[in-house]
Design a binder for this molecule. Structure first.
Ligand code: PLP
Length: 228
């Protein structure tokens, strides 16, 4: 089932990429494996998937450890809200932390990385729709955070990430994807960044049409989850 799902997702990615004048090789697929067992990850790896997204540090670390023990080649991204008290568990386990959204957490990750002589790739998560309950930096604090992270020796800024509001009709979020693209291009004109991470199972085609080059897809690959 994972195999068919991955094929279906890639077909849709390709169509959306072509619509926006690109091709599927320009898009990075992060398979969001949160809540799913390590067996599902292995099944996806056997179908050619390499990058996985997890939103809880401890859950992720236990899966990463198992994958490493099996000497399977895979990468993990941290995509969930990061509490400051969880930073101490981070080593070089995540090839990309997508959810950096405040100076305090950036400072702690930088210190942690410095201790082990590691340069941690990160994305800044932006709360572009200004949802009060959501994480992500607000635009009025964005420049300060940007300035801070680009001056951290053990952080490497790779791009931006966003999670849109929940919408029955994802078309209503097109405006936010497009705003993120503008911000991405603005930052890219000053710093060497690569990734604009937006688009999940219900809206990734729209996100790609609006310029996303990294999609984070869970349920469309692994099936329904019990919780978010
Ligand atoms: C769960 C999650 C996803 C994937 O959501 P689906 O709707 O299952 O594709 C993507 N990004 C983040 C940050 C998530 O927490």
């Amino acid at each position: 089932m994972i195999k068919e799902n991955l094929e279906r997702v890639w077909e849709k990615i390709e169509k959306a990429a072509i619509k926006s004048g690109r091709n599927k090789d320009d898009i990075t697929l992060v398979a969001v494996s949160k809540t799913f067992p390590v067996e599902s990850i292995i099944e996806a790896i056997e179908c050619g998937q390499r990058i996985f997204g997890e939103n809880r540090v401890q859950e992720a670390l236990s899966k990463i450890e198992k994958i490493k023990e099996m000497k399977i080649d895979a990468e993990f991204h941290l995509i969930g809200h990061l509490q400051t008290n969880k930073v101490r568990y981070l080593k070089d386990n995540f090839s990309l932390i997508q959810s950096v959204d405040r100076v305090e957490v950036a400072r702690l990750i930088n210190e942690r990385a410095k201790k082990i002589n590691y340069v941690q790739d990160i994305l800044l998560q932006v709360n572009i729709a200004r949802e009060p309950q959501k994480s992500g930096v607000l635009m009025e604090n964005f420049d300060e955070l940007l300035e801070f992270v680009v001056n951290c020796e053990n952080l490497k800024l790779k791009g931006l990430m966003m999670i849109p509001p929940f919408e029955e009709n994802p078309e209503n979020n097109r405006i936010y994807f497009s705003k993120m693209r503008e911000l991405f291009l603005d930052v890219k004109s000053k710093y060497d960044i690569e990734y604009l991470s937006m688009g999940m199972s219900d809206d990734f085609e729209i996100a790609i049409e609006e310029g996303s080059n990294m999609v984070r897809i869970g349920s469309a690959i692994f099936g329904k989850r019990e919780y978010k």
